[in-house]
Design a protein around this ligand. Structure first.
Ligand code: ATP
Length: 205
């Protein structure tokens, strides 16, 4: 597929709070680029999360950390649209916009198993499957959840599984480590760790 010859045909959409972005996020991005043969992967930091109980770090910081974590990866586009939108960030709105921008493209929504299980709670979730193939990556601690998900949504839409060795990394754990002055060097890219230190992020739990 020659991307330069026209608009991308296979576009992945990877959303998240990225508070902060970590090495499982980037491993997942590399896995989907290859396994789904994507022309482009859009990494889309959430603006206002409707589904997280805590308030997120300001979007400008998260966006900058996402640029540091993913910016150098080929075929990855950091897409700030949700951070610029007023009101809650709904994935269905983002997919609908991308569908309008790339009418010929096949869209792939990338989510971890924890989010797959929660999908029925998402805003207009049934429409999500009309816009995109839902691609689910295994997540440590959620063994068996994918089976539950399949059983729940049989017939809804084709799903694809992303092969990713379960990585026991989460932003929650990283924030907790930082608040208790533990090392996070093995969990995030060095420029992200530097950014966090420079801006004194995640000092309290
Ligand atoms: P938090 O711990 O704050 O909930 P998180 O580590 O889950 O954060 P998010 O930014 O919420 O990170 O995740 C973005 C997407 O990446 C979600 O679809 C999530 O399921 C997926 N993801 C995050 N960490 C992993 C992981 N270790 N393995 C597989 N998928 C993951």
């Amino acid at each position: 597929m020659n991307v330069s010859a026209g608009s991308p045909r296979r576009v992945g959409v990877f959303g998240g709070a990225f508070d902060p972005p970590h090495l499982a996020h980037t491993a997942l991005a590399l896995a989907v680029l290859e396994q789904l043969q994507l022309d482009e992967l859009r990494v889309v930091p959430t603006g206002q999360a409707w589904h997280k109980s805590r308030s997120l770090t300001p979007a400008a910081h998260r966006l900058e950390m996402v640029r540091l974590a993913f910016g150098a990866m080929e075929r990855v586009v950091v897409d700030p649209r949700e951070t610029l939108r007023s009101g809650p960030s709904y994935t269905v709105d983002t997919l609908s916009e991308l569908h309008a921008e790339f009418p010929l493209a096949q869209l792939f929504l990338i989510i971890g198993e924890d989010q797959a299980v929660a999908l029925p709670t998402w805003h207009r979730w049934r429409e999500i499957a009309d816009f995109a193939t839902i691609c689910v990556a295994a997540r440590a601690g959620f063994a068996g959840a994918r089976g539950t998900f399949d059983a729940l949504h049989q017939g809804l839409a084709p799903f694809q599984t992303i092969e990713l060795p379960p990585m026991d990394v989460s932003a929650t754990d990283i924030r907790e480590r930082l608040a208790t002055h533990q090392n996070i060097a093995s969990l995030v890219f060095e420029p992200v760790a530097r950014y966090i230190a420079h801006h004194h992020l995640y000092q309290t739990a």
